[in-house]
Design a protein around this ligand. Structure first.
Ligand SMILES: NC(=O)c1ccc[n+]([C@@H]2O[C@H](COP(=O)([O-])OP(=O)(O)OC[C@H]3O[C@@H](n4cnc5c(N)ncnc54)[C@H](O)[C@@H]3O)[C@@H](O)[C@H]2O)c1
Length: 263
């Protein structure tokens, strides 16, 4: 994989937020980018806007809860843009559901999107890389919620923790093929709190999060893309099976301890 020649980069959840920022970054760097998302209208608008800049982009509408649709989307992408060199499994949902009243259907849906959907996508991308002998890189977007829990975030935390371990085991299996698999685990990200985050990060939670974050502000989508880009680059040639937390230090200050004697 040489980064000087254009790569094929596939990104899920690319119609908004972190996924869109990643797609834009790679496309503007001259790479071919497949943007996959379930939100057909939003995806269409994003792809149209990037194509109008003269960039090599294409959209794939697929629901991660539908394994056949995901595999077909990956196959069409390979047909159109060649074997992927980079696959970014980023789509995710974070509904507020308290575990004590969560139905099996609600639980299953979160797991289906965040964990099983990510598994199917990464498996399909890695299988394509192996078949073509491409020594590619894969990055999954996990979350600080894989390590810390909060009321209403049980299914999300479980799906992100499971997804993180799944990605690490994929690294073990894909490593002998020269394929690396890593994850990023963002803390709170402010990309405008657009649709999809629902009531998981209401303003008062964001305010409280700043209080236990040493850097005292949210990450931008660009901050997360910087980490994804590093993990998928040749600079991380010997990095696999691990994760990078990008949370302004929130994982250290999670318990609300004062930062200084003055506080
Ligand atoms: N925003 C944060 O504070 C934060 C923090 C930690 C981790 N994350 C993780 O980062 C990732 C991206 O988050 P974001 O904040 O950019 O979210 P977002 O809601 O802005 O974007 C997520 C995208 O995923 C798509 N999507 C949802 N369900 C899908 C499905 N079934 N099939 C295909 N696409 C689907 C949505 O349509 C949307 O375009 C997620 O995995 C999220 O859990 C976000």
């Amino acid at each position: 994989m040489t980064e000087s020649s254009p790569l094929h980069v596939m990104v899920t959840g690319a119609a908004d937020g972190i996924g869109l920022a990643a797609a834009e970054r790679y496309a503007r760097a001259g790479h071919r980018v497949t943007l996959l998302d379930v939100a057909a209208e939003r995806l269409g608008a994003r792809v149209e806007a990037l194509a109008a800049e003269g960039l090599a982009v294409r959209g794939e509408v697929a629901d991660l809860t539908d394994p056949e649709a995901v595999r077909a989307a990956v196959a069409r992408s390979v047909e159109a843009f060649g074997t992927p060199h980079i696959a970014i499994s980023n789509a995710g949902i974070a509904p507020y559901i308290e575990l004590l009243s969560c139905t099996v259907e609600e639980w299953q849906y979160v797991v289906d999107v965040n964990m099983t959907g990510s598994f199917v996508f990464m498996q399909a991308a890695i299988q394509a890389m192996i078949a073509a002998g491409v020594k590619g890189a894969v990055c999954a977007t996990s979350s600080g919620a894989a390590f810390q829990g909060r009321v209403g975030g049980g299914a999300y935390s479980a799906s992100k923790a499971g997804g993180l371990m799944m990605a690490r085991v994929l690294a073990v299996e894909a490593g002998p093929h020269g394929i690396r698999v890593n994850s990023v685990a963002p803390g709170l990200v402010d990309h405008g709190y657009r649709e999809g985050l629902g009531d998981f990060v209401p303003a008062e939670y964001a305010e409280r999060a700043r209080g236990f974050t040493p850097l005292a502000h949210e990450a931008s989508a660009e901050d997360i893309v910087d980490a994804i880009e590093y993990l998928c680059s040749e600079r991380a040639a010997h990095v696999t099976g691990t994760y990078l937390r990008i949370d302004g230090g929130a994982s250290v200050g999670q318990y609300g301890s004062p930062w200084s004697r003055e506080e």
